[in-house]
Write a protein that binds this ligand. Sequence first.
Ligand code: GAP
Length: 442
Amino acid sequence: MADTTLMDKLVSLCKRRGFVFQSSEIYGGLGSVWDYGPLGVALKKNVKDRWWNAMVQGRDDIEGLDAAILMHPKVWEASGHVAGFTDPLVDCRQCKNRFRADDPRIKGTPGQPDAQCPVCGTRGSLTEARLFNLMFKTFMGPVEESAAVVYLRPETAQGIYVNYLNVLQSSRQRVPFGIAQIGKAFRNEITPGNFIFRTREFEQMEMQFFVQPGTDAEWFERWREWRMEWHRSLGLDPAKLQWHQHTGSELAHYARAAFDIQYQFPFGWQEIEGIHNRGDFDLGRHQEYSGKKLEYFDQAQNQRYLPFIVETSAGADRVTLTLLVDAYREEQVEGETRVVLGLLPSLAPIKAGVFPLVKKDGMPEVATTLYHDLRKQFACFYDESGAIGRRYRRMDEAGTPFGITVDGETLSAGTVTVRHRDTMQQERVGMDRVAEYVKERL
Ligand code: GAP
C-alpha cells in the first residue's frame, strides 16, 4: 500500500466510522482544525486516561493541575513567546498566499526577482522573509486596545510554572516532584497538515518535574526511559519508534538537552513527544518578570535554590493519530478486503459489539437485555441491521475487539458466540460469563 494512500484511507475511515471530522465542514471547513466524533473522542479519552494514570494516579511524586487557557500577558513575555515564538514567512503579492520562508517548493530567494511563488507561479512576487508570531491574540473585556491583549496559550507548560509554589505548598510535596496537566493549546501554524498531526488547536499532555540542580541529567535520563516505555505500552510497533536528539540550532533557547520520541508515519519520522532538560530558565524568568521569589528551601540540605525542570511534553492528538496509523491494516478474506483497526483492547473506543443473529425468534430482546447489562461495565455497541458479516466488518473498522452474537443456541443452551476481531475465530461462552470473559481480556 503506497504511504500517501494509507493516509487517505485513514482519513476516510475516520470520517466514515465517526472518529474525526473536518471542523465546520458544511461551511467548507476551517484550515487544520478537526472535530472528534463519537469514536474519536472515546479513543482520545482513553489515551489521556492512560497518560494520567501513568503520570499522576500511579505516582506519589506527581500532582495534577488544570490551569486556565488565558493567562496574564506578561507570562508570554517571560516565557520568551512574545519575542521568539516566530516563523519566518514570505507573502506572494500576486495571489496573497503566505508561506514559510524555508518552504521547499519556493524556487529562488524570496525578495529577489528570481523567486517564484509555488502557488500562482509568478516570478518576483514574493516578499522578503518577515517574522510572524504563532500565538493567537485576542482581547479581554469590551475594549479592543493593546492593554487588553491576551493570548490563547501555545503550550500548557506555563500554567504549571506559575502555579509551582501553589502546588508545592498545598500538596506538601518536596523536590523532586512533578506537576502534570492535560489541556488545549493553540498555534497559528503556517504549514499545518497531515490530518491531526499538526493542527492549530490541539491538546497537550505535559509534565514538569522539579529537581535539585545537579541531579537534572540523571532525572532526564530516567524520564526518557519511562516515556519511551509508555509509548511502547500502547502496543505500537517498537521498530517504528526512535529517538531524535536536538543539537546545535535545533535546541530551543530554554533547553540544556532535548530528545524527541519519533514515530515512523507514512509521511516520515516525526515527533510525538519531546523530553527537555529546561534547567532553571522558566522559574528564573518568571521570578524576574513577576518580582516574586520562586526559590525552594530544601530542609534536608538546609539550602535555597531555584529547582531545575525536566519536562515531558506529548500531544494527545498526535498519540491518537499514531495509534490509528499503527493499527490500520487491510486483509484479503474470501475475495474481499477486510479493514481492521488492531487497537489494543484497553484503548479501543468500543470493547464489544452485541448482535442478535436475526431480527426474530426473541433474539433482539435477549441481545438488548445483554447489551444493557454489559454497557454498565464497558463501552458496547448494539447493532441489528444488515447481515451479521457486515456488522462484524463495521466493528473491525472501529477497532472493536469482541463481537457477541445471540443466536438460536443462546435461547436453548444459554451461550453466545464471541468473535475475535484479530483472528476472526469464534467460541461459545456462557451468557452469564461473557462480561467476565471480555473484562479479563481488556
Ligand atoms: N512545552 C514544550 C512544548 O510545547 P513542543 O515540542 O512545541 O514543546 C510538544 O510540543 C508536543 O506537543 C509535540 O511533541 C506534539 O506532540 C504536540 N504538538 C505541538 N504542536 C502541535 C500541533 N500544531 N498540532 C498537534 N500537536 C502538536
